[in-house]
Design a protein around this ligand. Structure first.
Ligand SMILES: Cc1cc2nc3c(=O)[nH]c(=O)nc-3n(C[C@H](O)[C@H](O)[C@H](O)COP(=O)(O)OP(=O)(O)OC[C@H]3O[C@@H](n4cnc5c(N)ncnc54)[C@H](O)[C@@H]3O)c2cc1C
Ligand code: FES
Length: 281
């Protein structure tokens, strides 16, 4: 059996600076062995541990979609040792990868349902993966209406501009972009994600809401979704708390009886309320 702590090498094929402050970059990685590429079967919402040799490793959600195999993409916000070292790396450099890890979004439960995807910050990366997965010709018929509500502090801090352009052209997806402060010909919404969610009032019938982003955004969006009629079992969240092993062994990431790394990072609000109740005792 393979050692789950040992990363396999992947080569950086491209680096895209996503934001005008250059704090978020997307790394496109290519498998160096065909077998490793074939073994890496993943679901949107899963993550991988990426190591920069000599610096350490850190978890990142897959921003790419499994419908475009052969490459993986990760969008990395520069905040500390590992992310800082990654930001120094260039095309041709090699990183280590362990994964895929975690549970990912419940794609089977989503079938036949309408989806409201609400995101901000680098948390939008796995929602980008999920959106591109559902928009793929081979999958689109399995899912109902798609609504994406995505916010950033300013237009220059929105990720995936090419994808957003493509999504805007589609008739089978409602895209609501919002920024805290507009200007420079901005034509989207101006306001925080929870306010825009309330104003757009997505219909909760036969729908799931998936929320991914900074804690404050999640905190203020949850009551809005409840107001709109989304039940706790129809609200899904992806948790990005600190972790170590990523495989349910070290006990660093538990909430109540569950490990975020192996039982999550995706949980329904219903499960989370139960788990935080357990954790409080
Ligand atoms: C499941 C999962 C998915 C993630 N996906 C992404 C992603 O797609 N893109 C991305 O940019 N980041 C993502 N993160 C967060 C990322 O793992 C951390 O930013 C990274 O571990 C920081 O490593 P570092 O060595 O650069 O920072 P460090 O040098 O270890 O820390 C720098 C500072 O950041 C704080 N910090 C570190 N990690 C976290 C954390 N997880 N939450 C809050 N504060 C923290 C530390 O306390 C310290 O103050 C994800 C985390 C998880 C658990
Ligand atoms: S990070 Fe080790 S158990 Fe989750």
């Amino acid at each position: 059996m393979e050692n789950p702590y040992v990363p396999f090498p992947m080569r950086i094929e491209a680096v895209t600076v996503e934001t005008e402050d250059e704090n978020i970059k997307t790394f496109e990685l290519a498998f160096m062995s065909k077998e490793e590429g074939e073994r890496f079967v993943y679901t949107p919402g899963q993550f991988a541990e990426i190591s920069v040799f000599g610096k350490g490793e850190a978890p990142f959600g897959m921003a790419s979609t499994p419908t475009r195999p052969g490459r993986l993409e990760f969008s990395v916000s520069r905040i500390g040792v590992v992310t800082g070292a990654l930001h120094q790396m260039e095309r041709g450099d090699v990183v280590g990868v362990r994964g895929p890890l975690g549970n990912g979004y419940p794609l089977e439960s989503f079938k036949g349902k309408n989806l409201v995807l609400i995101g901000g910050g680098f948390g939008f990366s796995t929602l980008r993966s999920l959106t591109n997965f559902m928009l793929d010709d081979s999958n689109r018929k399995d899912y109902g209406d798609l609504t994406v509500i995505y916010g950033a502090r300013s237009p220059g801090l929105l990720l995936y501009k090419k994808d957003l352009e493509g999504w805007r052209e589609r008739e089978d997806l409602r895209l609501h972009l919002t920024v805290d402060k507009g200007g420079n010909g901005w034509q989207g919404h101006v306001g925080f994600v929870p306010e825009v969610t309330r104003a757009m009032a997505p219909n909760p019938e036969k729908a799931y809401a998936v929320v991914c982003g900074p804690p404050a955004m999640i905190h203020f969006t949850l009551p809005v979704l409840k107001e709109l009629g989304f039940g706790d079992d129809r609200i899904l969240l992806s948790l990005e708390m600190r972790m170590k092993c990523g495989i349910g062994k070290c006990g660093r990431c538990n909430v109540g009886s569950k490990y975020i790394c192996s039982d999550g990072p995706v949980f329904s609000q219903h499960e989370l309320s139960r788990l935080t109740g357990e954790a409080r005792g």
